[in-house]
Design a protein around this ligand. Sequence first.
Ligand code: AHG
Ligand code: MN
Ligand code: MN
Length: 365
Amino acid sequence: MPLSGRWTLTRYLIEERRRFPGASGDFNALILDVALACKAIARIVAFGTLADTVGATLPNGMGGEVNVQGEVQKPLDVLSNEIFVRMNEWNGHLAGLASEEMEAPRQIPASYPRGKYLLVFDPLDGSSNIDVNVSVGSIFSILRAPQEVIDSGRDVTEADFLQPGAAQVAAGYAIYGPTTMLVLSVGNGVAGFTLNPNLGEFVLSRADIRVPEQTQEFAINSSNSRFWEPPVKRYVDECLAGKTGPRGKDFNMRWIASMVAEAHRILMRGGVFMYPRDTKDPAKPGRLRLLYEANPIGFVMEQAGGRASTGRQPILGVKPGALHQRIGVVFGSKAEVERIERYHHEPPPSEAPAPLFAPRSLFRD
Ligand code: AHG
Ligand code: MN
Ligand code: MN
Protein backbone atom coordinates (compact mmCIF):
# COMPACT_ATOMS: atom_id res chain seq x y z
CA MET A 1 0.00 0.00 0.00
CA PRO A 2 1.64 3.30 -1.10
CA LEU A 3 2.44 5.58 1.80
CA SER A 4 1.54 9.22 1.28
CA GLY A 5 4.22 11.56 2.60
CA ARG A 6 6.79 8.72 2.72
CA TRP A 7 7.27 7.43 -0.80
CA THR A 8 9.34 9.41 -3.24
CA LEU A 9 8.53 9.30 -6.94
CA THR A 10 11.53 6.99 -7.37
CA ARG A 11 10.15 4.54 -4.85
CA TYR A 12 6.67 4.66 -6.37
CA LEU A 13 8.14 3.83 -9.79
CA ILE A 14 10.25 0.98 -8.41
CA GLU A 15 7.26 -0.50 -6.57
CA GLU A 16 5.16 -0.21 -9.76
CA ARG A 17 7.91 -1.91 -11.77
CA ARG A 18 7.82 -4.93 -9.49
CA ARG A 19 4.54 -5.81 -11.19
CA PHE A 20 6.56 -6.38 -14.38
CA PRO A 21 9.53 -8.59 -13.48
CA GLY A 22 10.89 -8.36 -17.05
CA ALA A 23 10.95 -4.56 -17.17
CA SER A 24 14.36 -3.09 -17.92
CA GLY A 25 14.05 0.09 -15.89
CA ASP A 26 14.30 2.32 -18.99
CA PHE A 27 10.78 3.53 -18.49
CA ASN A 28 11.37 4.53 -14.87
CA ALA A 29 14.55 6.34 -15.81
CA LEU A 30 12.65 8.23 -18.50
CA ILE A 31 9.91 9.33 -16.08
CA LEU A 32 12.56 10.55 -13.65
CA ASP A 33 14.16 12.65 -16.40
CA VAL A 34 10.74 14.09 -17.30
CA ALA A 35 10.24 14.88 -13.60
CA LEU A 36 13.65 16.56 -13.48
CA ALA A 37 12.70 18.75 -16.44
CA CYS A 38 9.52 19.72 -14.56
CA LYS A 39 11.53 20.60 -11.45
CA ALA A 40 13.84 22.80 -13.53
CA ILE A 41 10.85 24.57 -15.12
CA ALA A 42 9.22 24.99 -11.68
CA ARG A 43 12.33 26.85 -10.45
CA ILE A 44 12.41 29.18 -13.43
CA VAL A 45 8.68 29.87 -13.24
CA ALA A 46 9.07 30.64 -9.53
CA PHE A 47 11.64 33.34 -10.23
CA GLY A 48 9.19 35.15 -12.51
CA THR A 49 10.63 38.28 -14.01
CA LEU A 50 13.59 38.05 -11.62
CA ALA A 51 14.86 35.10 -13.62
CA ASP A 52 17.17 37.34 -15.64
CA THR A 53 18.82 38.87 -12.61
CA VAL A 54 19.40 35.77 -10.52
CA GLY A 55 21.17 33.60 -13.00
CA ALA A 56 18.20 31.60 -14.21
CA THR A 57 18.88 33.38 -17.45
CA LEU A 58 16.72 33.50 -20.47
CA PRO A 59 18.95 33.37 -23.55
CA ASN A 60 19.01 36.63 -25.48
CA GLY A 61 16.21 37.15 -27.90
CA MET A 62 14.32 34.07 -26.74
CA GLY A 63 10.59 34.12 -27.40
CA GLY A 64 8.60 36.56 -29.46
CA GLU A 65 8.61 34.14 -32.41
CA VAL A 66 5.36 32.78 -33.78
CA ASN A 67 5.09 29.00 -33.28
CA VAL A 68 3.51 26.48 -35.61
CA GLN A 69 0.10 27.24 -34.05
CA GLY A 70 0.37 30.89 -35.08
CA GLU A 71 0.76 31.89 -31.42
CA VAL A 72 3.45 34.24 -30.16
CA GLN A 73 5.88 32.24 -28.05
CA LYS A 74 6.73 33.60 -24.62
CA PRO A 75 10.36 33.33 -23.51
CA LEU A 76 9.32 30.70 -20.99
CA ASP A 77 7.56 28.61 -23.67
CA VAL A 78 10.84 28.42 -25.56
CA LEU A 79 12.99 27.86 -22.51
CA SER A 80 10.70 25.16 -21.09
CA ASN A 81 10.79 23.41 -24.45
CA GLU A 82 14.60 23.47 -24.44
CA ILE A 83 14.68 22.09 -20.91
CA PHE A 84 12.42 19.18 -21.88
CA VAL A 85 14.55 18.41 -24.93
CA ARG A 86 17.92 18.72 -23.17
CA MET A 87 16.92 16.64 -20.16
CA ASN A 88 15.51 13.80 -22.24
CA GLU A 89 17.39 13.50 -25.53
CA TRP A 90 20.61 12.06 -24.08
CA ASN A 91 19.32 9.16 -21.95
CA GLY A 92 18.96 6.48 -24.63
CA HIS A 93 15.31 5.81 -23.83
CA LEU A 94 13.75 7.88 -26.59
CA ALA A 95 13.41 7.37 -30.32
CA GLY A 96 12.22 10.97 -30.75
CA LEU A 97 10.39 13.93 -29.23
CA ALA A 98 7.57 16.20 -30.35
CA SER A 99 6.16 19.34 -28.76
CA GLU A 100 3.73 22.19 -29.14
CA GLU A 101 6.67 24.49 -29.71
CA MET A 102 8.38 22.48 -32.48
CA GLU A 103 6.87 22.22 -35.93
CA ALA A 104 8.41 18.82 -36.70
CA PRO A 105 9.56 15.95 -34.48
CA ARG A 106 12.98 16.37 -32.92
CA GLN A 107 15.54 13.69 -33.72
CA ILE A 108 17.84 12.21 -31.11
CA PRO A 109 21.32 13.59 -31.92
CA ALA A 110 23.70 11.07 -33.49
CA SER A 111 25.98 11.24 -30.45
CA TYR A 112 23.36 9.57 -28.22
CA PRO A 113 21.78 6.11 -28.31
CA ARG A 114 18.16 5.76 -29.38
CA GLY A 115 15.50 3.97 -27.35
CA LYS A 116 11.98 2.63 -27.64
CA TYR A 117 9.76 5.48 -26.45
CA LEU A 118 8.38 8.69 -27.94
CA LEU A 119 7.92 11.74 -25.71
CA VAL A 120 5.24 14.28 -26.66
CA PHE A 121 4.72 17.39 -24.55
CA ASP A 122 3.27 20.83 -24.02
CA PRO A 123 6.22 22.37 -22.15
CA LEU A 124 4.21 25.23 -20.68
CA ASP A 125 0.44 25.10 -20.65
CA GLY A 126 -1.50 28.24 -19.83
CA SER A 127 1.50 30.42 -20.58
CA SER A 128 -0.68 33.50 -21.02
CA ASN A 129 -1.13 33.24 -17.24
CA ILE A 130 2.60 33.68 -16.55
CA ASP A 131 2.36 37.47 -16.71
CA VAL A 132 -0.40 37.51 -14.09
CA ASN A 133 1.10 34.97 -11.68
CA VAL A 134 -1.56 32.32 -12.10
CA SER A 135 -0.83 28.56 -12.15
CA VAL A 136 0.70 27.05 -15.27
CA GLY A 137 2.00 23.56 -15.96
CA SER A 138 3.69 21.07 -18.28
CA ILE A 139 1.85 18.15 -19.91
CA PHE A 140 3.53 14.99 -21.20
CA SER A 141 2.59 11.80 -23.01
CA ILE A 142 4.75 8.71 -23.51
CA LEU A 143 4.14 6.40 -26.46
CA ARG A 144 5.99 3.32 -27.63
CA ALA A 145 7.79 3.91 -30.92
CA PRO A 146 6.70 1.63 -33.78
CA GLN A 147 8.71 -1.61 -33.63
CA GLU A 148 10.29 -0.95 -37.00
CA VAL A 149 11.65 2.39 -35.71
CA ILE A 150 13.13 0.65 -32.67
CA ASP A 151 14.68 -2.11 -34.79
CA SER A 152 16.12 0.16 -37.47
CA GLY A 153 17.06 3.13 -35.30
CA ARG A 154 15.97 5.39 -38.16
CA ASP A 155 14.90 9.02 -37.75
CA VAL A 156 11.33 9.45 -36.54
CA THR A 157 8.63 10.96 -38.74
CA GLU A 158 5.37 12.70 -37.90
CA ALA A 159 3.48 9.49 -38.77
CA ASP A 160 5.27 7.59 -35.97
CA PHE A 161 3.55 9.86 -33.43
CA LEU A 162 0.02 9.58 -34.85
CA GLN A 163 -1.18 6.95 -32.37
CA PRO A 164 -4.51 7.08 -30.54
CA GLY A 165 -4.44 8.18 -26.90
CA ALA A 166 -5.37 4.65 -25.80
CA ALA A 167 -1.87 3.60 -26.90
CA GLN A 168 -0.17 5.86 -24.34
CA VAL A 169 2.16 3.99 -21.98
CA ALA A 170 2.05 6.81 -19.46
CA ALA A 171 0.92 10.39 -19.22
CA GLY A 172 0.75 13.17 -16.72
CA TYR A 173 1.40 16.77 -15.92
CA ALA A 174 3.22 19.03 -13.53
CA ILE A 175 1.41 22.01 -12.10
CA TYR A 176 3.36 25.06 -10.96
CA GLY A 177 1.01 26.60 -8.41
CA PRO A 178 1.34 27.50 -4.75
CA THR A 179 3.01 24.08 -4.59
CA THR A 180 4.52 22.19 -7.49
CA MET A 181 2.86 18.83 -8.08
CA LEU A 182 3.43 16.00 -10.50
CA VAL A 183 0.37 13.94 -11.37
CA LEU A 184 1.15 10.71 -13.15
CA SER A 185 -0.48 7.61 -14.55
CA VAL A 186 1.61 4.67 -15.68
CA GLY A 187 -1.60 2.84 -16.60
CA ASN A 188 -2.45 1.68 -13.10
CA GLY A 189 -4.51 4.52 -11.63
CA VAL A 190 -3.30 8.04 -10.94
CA ALA A 191 -0.90 9.24 -8.26
CA GLY A 192 -0.06 12.79 -7.17
CA PHE A 193 3.35 13.89 -5.88
CA THR A 194 4.13 17.19 -4.19
CA LEU A 195 7.56 18.71 -4.65
CA ASN A 196 9.33 18.92 -1.31
CA PRO A 197 11.50 21.98 -1.95
CA ASN A 198 13.89 21.07 0.87
CA LEU A 199 14.71 17.70 -0.65
CA GLY A 200 14.11 18.65 -4.29
CA GLU A 201 12.09 15.43 -4.48
CA PHE A 202 8.57 14.66 -5.57
CA VAL A 203 6.89 12.92 -2.62
CA LEU A 204 3.67 10.95 -2.92
CA SER A 205 0.84 13.08 -1.54
CA ARG A 206 -2.25 11.62 -3.23
CA ALA A 207 -2.26 7.88 -3.87
CA ASP A 208 -4.99 6.57 -6.18
CA ILE A 209 -6.68 9.82 -7.17
CA ARG A 210 -10.32 9.35 -8.23
CA VAL A 211 -12.45 12.01 -9.92
CA PRO A 212 -15.38 12.65 -7.56
CA GLU A 213 -18.62 11.53 -9.19
CA GLN A 214 -20.92 14.22 -7.88
CA THR A 215 -20.29 17.70 -9.18
CA GLN A 216 -21.81 21.15 -9.30
CA GLU A 217 -18.99 22.86 -11.17
CA PHE A 218 -18.36 23.42 -14.85
CA ALA A 219 -15.62 25.27 -16.74
CA ILE A 220 -16.01 26.79 -20.18
CA ASN A 221 -14.95 30.03 -21.85
CA SER A 222 -18.43 31.48 -22.19
CA SER A 223 -17.24 34.39 -24.31
CA ASN A 224 -17.43 31.82 -27.12
CA SER A 225 -21.08 31.00 -26.43
CA ARG A 226 -22.35 32.43 -29.70
CA PHE A 227 -20.15 29.89 -31.54
CA TRP A 228 -21.21 26.85 -29.51
CA GLU A 229 -23.06 23.94 -31.05
CA PRO A 230 -26.62 23.30 -29.69
CA PRO A 231 -25.72 20.37 -27.37
CA VAL A 232 -23.11 22.48 -25.55
CA LYS A 233 -25.47 25.42 -25.31
CA ARG A 234 -28.15 23.13 -23.91
CA TYR A 235 -25.83 21.68 -21.28
CA VAL A 236 -24.61 25.10 -20.12
CA ASP A 237 -28.12 26.61 -20.16
CA GLU A 238 -29.33 23.77 -17.95
CA CYS A 239 -26.45 24.35 -15.51
CA LEU A 240 -27.18 28.08 -15.44
CA ALA A 241 -30.87 27.42 -14.79
CA GLY A 242 -29.77 25.95 -11.45
CA LYS A 243 -32.27 24.71 -8.87
CA THR A 244 -35.28 25.77 -10.89
CA GLY A 245 -34.06 24.14 -14.12
CA PRO A 246 -34.02 20.54 -15.29
CA ARG A 247 -30.91 19.72 -13.25
CA GLY A 248 -32.59 20.75 -10.02
CA LYS A 249 -29.40 22.10 -8.43
CA ASP A 250 -27.24 25.20 -8.59
CA PHE A 251 -23.88 25.11 -10.38
CA ASN A 252 -20.70 27.12 -10.04
CA MET A 253 -18.55 28.17 -12.97
CA ARG A 254 -14.74 28.43 -13.16
CA TRP A 255 -12.33 29.49 -15.91
CA ILE A 256 -8.60 29.67 -15.22
CA ALA A 257 -7.34 29.58 -18.84
CA SER A 258 -4.72 26.97 -17.85
CA MET A 259 -6.16 23.61 -18.80
CA VAL A 260 -3.67 21.91 -16.54
CA ALA A 261 -5.01 23.83 -13.54
CA GLU A 262 -8.61 23.05 -14.50
CA ALA A 263 -7.75 19.37 -14.87
CA HIS A 264 -6.10 19.40 -11.47
CA ARG A 265 -9.11 21.00 -9.80
CA ILE A 266 -11.39 18.43 -11.41
CA LEU A 267 -9.22 15.53 -10.23
CA MET A 268 -9.31 16.90 -6.70
CA ARG A 269 -12.97 17.87 -6.38
CA GLY A 270 -14.84 16.91 -9.52
CA GLY A 271 -16.47 18.96 -12.22
CA VAL A 272 -16.45 19.16 -15.96
CA PHE A 273 -14.20 21.07 -18.38
CA MET A 274 -15.17 21.91 -21.92
CA TYR A 275 -13.32 23.46 -24.81
CA PRO A 276 -15.75 22.07 -27.36
CA ARG A 277 -15.63 22.17 -31.12
CA ASP A 278 -17.32 25.40 -32.17
CA THR A 279 -17.96 27.49 -35.25
CA LYS A 280 -15.55 30.32 -34.39
CA ASP A 281 -12.92 29.42 -36.97
CA PRO A 282 -13.80 26.68 -39.45
CA ALA A 283 -10.09 25.99 -39.91
CA LYS A 284 -9.78 25.03 -36.23
CA PRO A 285 -11.92 22.12 -35.04
CA GLY A 286 -11.44 23.07 -31.39
CA ARG A 287 -8.83 25.02 -29.47
CA LEU A 288 -6.80 22.36 -27.71
CA ARG A 289 -4.29 20.05 -29.29
CA LEU A 290 -4.95 16.30 -29.44
CA LEU A 291 -1.49 14.81 -28.98
CA TYR A 292 -0.02 16.84 -26.14
CA GLU A 293 -3.06 18.31 -24.37
CA ALA A 294 -6.23 16.24 -24.90
CA ASN A 295 -4.63 12.77 -24.96
CA PRO A 296 -2.45 12.96 -21.84
CA ILE A 297 -5.11 14.72 -19.78
CA GLY A 298 -7.70 12.30 -21.17
CA PHE A 299 -5.55 9.34 -20.12
CA VAL A 300 -5.20 10.71 -16.58
CA MET A 301 -8.96 11.41 -16.34
CA GLU A 302 -9.94 7.92 -17.49
CA GLN A 303 -7.36 6.31 -15.21
CA ALA A 304 -8.90 8.29 -12.34
CA GLY A 305 -12.41 6.97 -13.13
CA GLY A 306 -13.49 10.11 -14.99
CA ARG A 307 -14.17 10.43 -18.71
CA ALA A 308 -12.66 12.36 -21.62
CA SER A 309 -14.51 12.90 -24.87
CA THR A 310 -14.69 15.01 -27.99
CA GLY A 311 -18.38 15.38 -27.13
CA ARG A 312 -19.12 12.67 -29.68
CA GLN A 313 -16.63 9.90 -28.94
CA PRO A 314 -13.94 9.04 -26.39
CA ILE A 315 -10.82 11.18 -26.91
CA LEU A 316 -8.56 8.17 -26.46
CA GLY A 317 -10.11 6.42 -29.46
CA VAL A 318 -9.37 9.21 -31.96
CA LYS A 319 -6.75 8.34 -34.57
CA PRO A 320 -4.67 11.51 -34.99
CA GLY A 321 -4.24 12.92 -38.48
CA ALA A 322 -1.50 15.44 -37.74
CA LEU A 323 0.99 16.24 -35.00
CA HIS A 324 -0.58 19.59 -34.13
CA GLN A 325 -4.19 18.59 -34.73
CA ARG A 326 -6.79 20.45 -32.66
CA ILE A 327 -9.88 18.84 -31.24
CA GLY A 328 -12.99 19.54 -29.16
CA VAL A 329 -12.44 18.46 -25.55
CA VAL A 330 -14.82 17.59 -22.71
CA PHE A 331 -13.51 15.89 -19.58
CA GLY A 332 -14.22 15.36 -15.90
CA SER A 333 -16.81 13.59 -13.79
CA LYS A 334 -18.06 10.61 -15.76
CA ALA A 335 -21.81 11.18 -15.53
CA GLU A 336 -21.52 14.80 -16.67
CA VAL A 337 -19.36 13.92 -19.67
CA GLU A 338 -21.77 11.12 -20.59
CA ARG A 339 -24.66 13.57 -20.36
CA ILE A 340 -22.89 15.96 -22.75
CA GLU A 341 -22.20 13.07 -25.14
CA ARG A 342 -25.86 12.10 -24.95
CA TYR A 343 -26.89 15.65 -25.84
CA HIS A 344 -24.63 15.42 -28.92
CA HIS A 345 -26.36 12.24 -30.02
CA GLU A 346 -29.95 13.26 -29.21
CA PRO A 347 -32.03 15.62 -31.32
CA PRO A 348 -32.29 19.06 -29.67
CA PRO A 349 -35.20 19.20 -27.16
CA SER A 350 -37.26 21.40 -29.52
CA GLU A 351 -37.23 18.61 -32.12
CA ALA A 352 -37.66 15.78 -29.63
CA PRO A 353 -41.02 13.97 -29.35
CA ALA A 354 -42.19 16.24 -26.51
CA PRO A 355 -43.74 16.48 -24.03
CA LEU A 356 -43.27 13.07 -22.43
CA PHE A 357 -39.49 12.99 -22.90
CA ALA A 358 -38.78 16.70 -22.66
CA PRO A 359 -36.09 17.75 -20.17
CA ARG A 360 -38.64 18.69 -17.50
CA SER A 361 -40.95 15.74 -18.01
CA LEU A 362 -41.62 12.89 -15.67
CA PHE A 363 -38.96 10.90 -17.48
CA ARG A 364 -36.05 13.29 -17.07
CA ASP A 365 -33.01 11.86 -15.29
P1 AHG B 1 -1.02 27.01 -24.21
O1 AHG B 1 -0.63 28.01 -23.17
O2 AHG B 1 -0.19 25.75 -24.14
O3 AHG B 1 -1.08 27.57 -25.61
O4 AHG B 1 -2.51 26.47 -23.90
C1 AHG B 1 -3.52 27.34 -23.47
C2 AHG B 1 -4.83 26.64 -23.58
C3 AHG B 1 -5.35 25.99 -22.33
O5 AHG B 1 -4.46 25.79 -21.30
C4 AHG B 1 -6.48 26.86 -21.88
O6 AHG B 1 -7.51 26.11 -21.34
C5 AHG B 1 -6.90 27.58 -23.11
O7 AHG B 1 -5.80 27.59 -23.96
C6 AHG B 1 -7.35 28.97 -22.81
O8 AHG B 1 -8.11 29.43 -23.86
P2 AHG B 1 -8.79 30.90 -23.88
O9 AHG B 1 -7.72 31.82 -24.34
O10 AHG B 1 -9.92 30.74 -24.86
O11 AHG B 1 -9.29 31.21 -22.50
MN1 MN C 1 -1.33 24.15 -23.71
MN1 MN D 1 1.97 25.54 -24.21
